[in-house]
Design a protein around this ligand. Structure first.
Ligand SMILES: [Fe+2]
Ligand SMILES: [Fe+2]
Length: 164
């Protein structure tokens, strides 16, 4: 997909990275990337779990906050309040799954006895919801955003977001 503005391109790239990670999440938790639950001492599991936790803590949280603070209000002002409302609702349901999932992952990484079944259910639900959300934004939000911002606003928003 081709976007003119840095902000829409950046969000698109982050969605693509997220979709790639979710693909891996689905493979791991359905046992298609090795045995699930991972055997005791499995060397790939901690790195994967840390990566997923990092994505929840940083990417999802940061990306969502940016959209809620700087993107959705502009969408509302432009008369697309219905879409903004729907996307905000989806953020809430994704966070509601991400939070307990992150807790289980943290606990497992700290050496606790993981509830593998609960983790799998949450991870697959997280993946399904976030995947469809990111695709919806690619199709419905980013093209609108791309034509909504002037270049100066785009530069300012992107600059602030990229600087963290
Ligand atoms: Fe979003
Ligand atoms: Fe997004």
């Amino acid at each position: 997909m081709e976007f003119q503005l840095q902000t829409s391109r950046r969000l698109y790239e982050e969605h693509a990275a997220t979709l790639e990670l979710l693909n891996r999440v689905e493979r791991v938790f359905t046992g298609r990337a090795g045995v699930y639950p991972p055997p005791e001492g499995d060397s790939a599991w901690p790195a994967f779990a840390r990566g997923l936790l990092g994505a929840i803590d940083v990417e999802v949280a940061r990306h969502f906050e940016f959209e809620e603070r700087d993107v959705f209000p502009r969408l509302e002002q432009a008369g697309d309040g219905d879409l903004a409302g729907l996307l905000i609702e989806e953020h809430a349901t994704i966070r509601a799954v991400a939070q307990p999932l992150a807790e289980l992952l943290r606990n497992a990484l700290a050496g606790g006895a993981p509830d593998w079944q609960a983790m799998k259910v949450l991870a697959l639900e997280f993946s399904e919801r976030l995947g469809s959300h990111a695709q919806k934004e690619d199709g419905a939000l980013l093209p609108v955003l791309d034509s909504l911002l002037d270049e100066e606003t785009d530069r300012a928003l992107f600059g602030a977001y990229a600087a963290g």
